[in-house]
Ligand binder design. Structure first.
Ligand code: CA2
Length: 147
């Protein structure tokens, strides 16, 4: 099984600023932990990050045919991007929406997700551990009923 962990804008800055909101882990730490957790699940994890909306769309398109599912932290594009929503629908892959912070406990504009309706589920508020939770959830979604 192949899973893409895709991160959106500004998440390359993790660990450098706002640790009270996003924690102390860098994106490299999180990606390494995802790959290691994937091994315990028997999953090959690939990671990508972009600050550019269209590049994220391209990653989703490329995932079709090569990946079994996607863990997506779309960052602020979560709240604005119909293009990402359409790309998720187009891939027909199961996508888990993921956020480090509890977006519902923050500003009102973060309470809205354009992508949640086309994702299989949402995990938020558990910091970096959320990525492992999302991988486990996606593994369960794909194979849980068979194992
Ligand atoms: O909580 C999350 O994971 C978010 O997706 C993070 C986004 C935010 O726009 C979403 O509402 C919730 C922002 C990521 C910004 O990351 C930074 C990391 C370090 C320093 C500054 C920003």
């Amino acid at each position: 099984m192949n899973i893409l962990v895709l991160n959106g804008p500004n998440l390359n800055l993790l660990g450098t600023r706002e640790p009270e909101v996003y924690g102390h882990h860098t994106l490299a730490d999180i990606e390494a932990a995802c790959i290691a957790h994937g091994k315990t699940l028997g999953v090959t994890v690939s990671c990508a990050q972009s600050n550019v909306e269209g590049v994220l769309v391209d990653h989703l398109h490329a995932a079709r045919g090569s990946m079994d599912g996607v863990v997506l932290n779309a960052g602020a594009y979560t709240h604005t991007s119909i293009a990402l929503r359409d790309a998720i629908s187009a891939t027909r892959l199961p996508v888990v929406e993921l956020h480090l912070s509890n977006t519902h406990a923050r500003e009102e504009f973060r309470h809205v997700s354009m992508i949640a309706p086309v994702c299989v589920g949402v995990i938020l508020g558990f910091g970096a551990a959320g990525y492992q939770l999302a991988l486990t959830a996606l593994h369960w979604h794909l194979y849980g009923s068979r194992s």
